[in-house]
Write a protein that binds this ligand. Structure first.
Ligand SMILES: *Cc1c(COP(=O)(O)O)cnc(C)c1O
Length: 403
């Protein structure tokens, strides 16, 4: 086989379909976010980042940065081992107890990323619970799909955010089998919320365990930023809450929080937890500092929501076709991968605005979009400039306007 030819043909296909991925070469500057330097092909340029998941700008928070510095200086860079063999640091232990407290659960377990948390926890639970059946929302994130697939458990996909469909599918499975219902609270590409209470009602009616990915919600919703389940008063009905330290908390790492027994079970059996080096202690210290600040800071959450509402309002007034979304994620529909990339390039080169095109397979074909995530550090001028630029670009490409 001509391996190089194969790879190059496959890449050419991606180019032809307009979904070859190119990365923006960025340099963020602590203290100046959302501004970053974009290292372009011929020159460098200062741009405003509008698509980061550092939703609250905590990645540059002075206290968070100082916490990382202090532990980096005191303990060095790496953790030095897996959690089992010399790699459990006091900063991990303290962080796990903070996370359990945040979600009002008995225990929490850290992973090197949110992806690894989903992959490991779901594959461990679904493969080891005897004769387990998994019910998974059709829009679940790749990390959850991979975890479920890896478990080889029987799987049923229910219609997105549809408790009735979930009920129908659960009713067809023998009542005494182990069941796991897997869903997200905020869906990252459409920005919509799950009906958590209703899904829990159905799941509990069928005696299932519930597993909720709150990656795009922790830090942002509910009392102390504990998430949408907390906001809706149903956190205690969700058996496993999974989250990340890399989005609103601005650092790195993922976790699950649940009962002491469930967490101990994943800790004792989860391959992606056991056989990998633990997070650097300085990162865990930064995450801990970030969570403490964010829990106490309703004003930060309110400011983010205020920025979101302001941008939404101005975009609607300008006739830009924002998708309906109640969350902080604002999807602006383009509907064509090539056009989506062109718009993104024009915004970058002519308006110093960085908005990454979101194409298949991240979203379904025909729903290519720009995904805008306003944060407390975006100013009025940033917002005005973005709306003006989008209006100009929409006119130039004769794109569809909202009614
Ligand atoms: C980003 C994301 C993850 C993975 O989290 P990381 O910490 O970035 O690995 C998991 N679930 C959802 C829904 C996500 O969007």
């Amino acid at each position: 086989m001509d391996y190089r030819q194969y790879f190059s043909d496959e890449l050419q296909k991606l180019h032809n379909e307009g979904r070859y991925r190119t990365f923006a070469d960025l340099e963020r500057r602590a203290g100046r976010y959302p501004e970053a330097t974009h290292h372009g092909v011929s020159s460098d340029q200062r741009v405003t980042v509008w698509c980061s998941n550092d939703y609250l700008g905590m990645g540059q928070n002075q206290e968070v940065v100082s916490a990382a510095h202090r532990i980096l200086r005191d303990t060095g860079v790496g953790a030095g081992g897996t959690r089992n063999i010399s790699g459990t640091n006091h900063n991990h232990v303290r962080l796990e107890s903070e996370l359990a407290d945040l979600h009002d659960k008995q225990a929490a377990l850290l992973f090197t990323s949110g992806y690894v948390a989903n992959m490991t926890a779901l594959s461990t639970l679904a493969s080891r619970l005897p004769d387990c059946v998994v019910f998974s929302d059709e829009q679940n994130h790749a990390s959850m799909i991979e975890g479920i697939r890896h478990s080889r458990a029987e799987k049923h996909i229910f219609r997105h955010n549809d408790p009735n469909d979930l009920h129908r599918k659960m009713s067809r499975v023998a009542p005494d089998r182990a069941k796991l219902v897997v869903f997200e609270s905020v869906y990252s590409m459409d920005g919509d919320f799950a009906p958590i209470r209703k899904i829990c009602d159905v799941a509990k009616h069928h005696h299932a365990l519930t597993y909720l990915d709150e990656v795009h919600a922790v830090g942002l919703y509910g009392p102390q930023g504990a998430g949408v389940a907390a906001r809706d008063g149903v956190m205690h009905r969700v058996d496993v809450i999974q989250g990340t330290l890399a989005k609103a908390f601005g650092t790195l790492g993922g976790y699950i929080s649940a009962s002491a027994e469930l967490v101990d079970f994943v800790r004792s059996n989860g391959s992606g937890f056991i056989f990998t080096t633990s997070l650097p202690p300085c990162i865990s210290a930064a995450a801990y500092a970030s969570i403490r600040i964010v829990r106490d800071n309703d004003a930060l959450r309110e400011l983010q929501q205020e920025r979101v509402q302001k941008l939404k309002h101005l975009m609607a007034a300008a006739g830009l076709p924002l998708m309906q979304s109640e969350s902080h994620i604002l999807p602006l529909m383009v509907g064509d991968p090539v056009r989506c990339r062109e718009i993104s390039e024009t915004l970058m080169t002519e308006y110093s605005i960085y908005l990454q095109p979101i194409n298949y397979p991240t979203v379904p074909c025909g729903t290519e979009r720009l995904r805008i995530t306003p944060s407390p550090v975006h100013s009025d001028e940033d917002i005005d400039h973005l709306v003006d630029a989008l209006v100009a670009v929409w006119a130039r490409y004769s794109l569809r306007r909202a009614a």
